[in-house]
Design a protein around this ligand. Structure first.
Ligand SMILES: *[C@@H]1O[C@H](CO)[C@@H](O)[C@H](O)[C@H]1NC(C)=O
Ligand SMILES: *[C@@H]1O[C@H](CO)[C@@H](O)[C@H](O)[C@H]1NC(C)=O
Length: 286
């Protein structure tokens, strides 16, 4: 027969499960950030479609051993040539990179049905393809920007000074992937690997300038341009736990949902527990 203490341990087991769920939901690198498609479409079962399929397969396969690669599927008819690339965030392991690119390919398939070109940015990777070559071409158009709420810090000027210093540090660091931090400020920047170092510097300079102008004293900022992005986050959580990105992909909703389910399960168990206690006492009274 179930004793109150075994019921209690079942209760804490349920709570553990819901907190594990919350942790998993908030640490995903392959959640969707943005996507876009060209207007032109290709005909179903056309040579272009089969070239695109082989390009997307190459992206996924290549992401198992490289964090960046570009592909051109050549064809005897020039209008059927497809260009594409993927870029994983520089700190992702190869298995995570491959998983992310596979997710991005799935996303672009549902987002851009039969369009000649498409692009998807996930938290951990970026993919793009088109029938016009864009490889090695810098693109500083703003694709997506997001600023957190302005936070009234006790020492706002000091913290914003640190934010600016972290961003300057990212500018001075070399390579396509850059991260840095000072105190509670974390910064991250990434160029797509087809840019030269000079193009990457130029793109990041634009992204960081816009980030500071647009986001002012916001608690976090994300600035995604066509071929690079810069982000910062002020707070205690580690940057990549994505605490501040939850609402972007609806994970905040999932989190609240998981908490509510956890609470409901707890309440239900408490009711069962007290019913059990009452039954036990009634049983004793008889
Ligand atoms: C891309 O495909 C569209 C639709 O077939 C076509 O109009 C356009 O000219 C193509 N662009 C290039 C560069 O081939
Ligand atoms: C594309 O890939 C080829 C071979 O993998 C490489 O030599 C070339 O530099 C790349 N081009 C760009 C623009 O990244």
């Amino acid at each position: 027969m179930a004793t109150p203490s075994s019921l209690l341990s079942f209760f804490s087991f349920i709570l553990t499960i819901s907190s594990l769920t919350i942790h998993t939901l908030s640490s995903s690198t392959d959640s969707f950030v943005f996507g876009g498609c060209t207007q032109q479409k290709y005909a179903p079962n056309s040579p272009y479609q089969s070239n695109l399929d082989s390009l997307l397969t190459s992206l996924v396969n290549s992401a198992a051993y490289s964090s960046y690669n570009n592909f051109t599927v050549i064809d005897s008819s020039p209008q059927d040539v497809v260009y594409g690339l993927f870029q994983c965030r520089g700190d992702l392991s190869m298995p995570d990179c491959a998983t992310c690119v596979a997710r991005a390919v799935t996303q672009v398939g549902s987002l851009c049905p039969a369009t000649c070109g498409g692009a998807v940015q996930m938290q951990g990777c970026f993919i793009k393809y088109d029938n016009a070559s864009f490889l090695g071409v810098e693109d500083k158009n703003v694709v997506m920007k997001k600023c957190g709420p302005s936070v009234a810090f006790d020492s706002e000027a000091e913290i914003m000074g640190r934010r600016d210093a972290v961003m300057a540090g990212l500018m001075n660091a070399g390579g396509p992937f850059r991260e840095g931090g000072a105190g509670e400020v974390q910064g991250l920047a990434q160029c797509v690997g087809d840019l030269s170092l000079g193009q990457c510097q130029d793109c990041l300079s634009e992204a960081i300038g816009r980030l500071k102008n647009n986001c002012g004293t916001a608690a976090y900022g994300d600035m995604y341009l066509g071929k690079c992005y810069a982000r910062y986050y002020i707070g205690g959580d580690h940057y990549y736990s994505n605490g501040h990105n939850d609402h972007k992909s609806g994970k905040g909703g999932d989190k609240i949902f998981a908490i509510i389910i956890g609470l409901l399960a707890g309440v239900a168990l408490l009711i069962i527990f007290f019913t059990f206690i009452r039954k036990a006492f009634e049983g004793n009274g008889k």
